[in-house]
Structure formats: C-alpha cells, structure tokens
Design a protein around this ligand. Structure first.
Ligand SMILES: [Zn+2]
Ligand SMILES: [Zn+2]
Length: 94
C-alpha cells in the first residue's frame, strides 16, 4: 500500500514538472491541474457533502432524502442498507 502511494506521488511530481494535470495528465501549464480538476479540487468532497446536506440530499450519493423514509438521516436508506450489507459481508469474510 505504501509503495502504491509513493508511486502515485512520483507520478504527480512528474506530471507537474512536465506542465501536465497531476490528476489526469492533460496539458495544464502553467497550472498543476487542468480546468476540470482545478475546479474539482477547489470544491472538494467535503464541500459537496455540505452542499448535499444543506439541500436535504444524501451526503453519499446525492439522492433527495424523503423525511418519511429517511427521517433526520443525512444518508438515504439505500446507502445505509448498502453500508449494513457491506459490514455484514465483512463480518462473514466475503
Ligand atoms: Zn485533469
Ligand atoms: Zn444515498
């Protein structure tokens, strides 16, 4: 795992040095990210979650939450079920 992360770091450094987007390798000089990834990076996953939360959407998938079904949860029933299922699978070793 450490090796993989290190390789990723090296790839990013290489791309940056070549004037390419560190995320996808598209030409992005003089920036270290292309336009798409610059925006994504600035926005960030956390901000997206906040946005979903504020607009009453599931913070995991962005689906509109239903008060009757989902109550005060910030994740929808489908994502919760998904998580439970995955946890159960981990429990029995799948
Ligand atoms: Zn990119
Ligand atoms: Zn969801």
């Amino acid at each position: 795992m450490v090796e993989k992360a290190e390789r990723k770091k090296q790839l990013k450094a290489k791309r940056r040095a070549a004037g390419l987007c560190v995320e996808c390798g598209a030409p992005s000089y003089p920036y270290s990210r292309c336009e798409v990834h610059r925006e994504n990076h600035a926005y960030g996953k956390r901000k997206l979650r906040e946005k979903y939360k504020k607009s009453g959407r599931c913070i995991t998938c962005g689906r509109k939450l239903d008060k009757d079904i989902d109550g005060d949860n910030v994740t929808c029933s489908i994502c919760i079920e998904d998580r439970v299922l995955r946890a159960n699978m981990a429990d029995i070793g799948i």
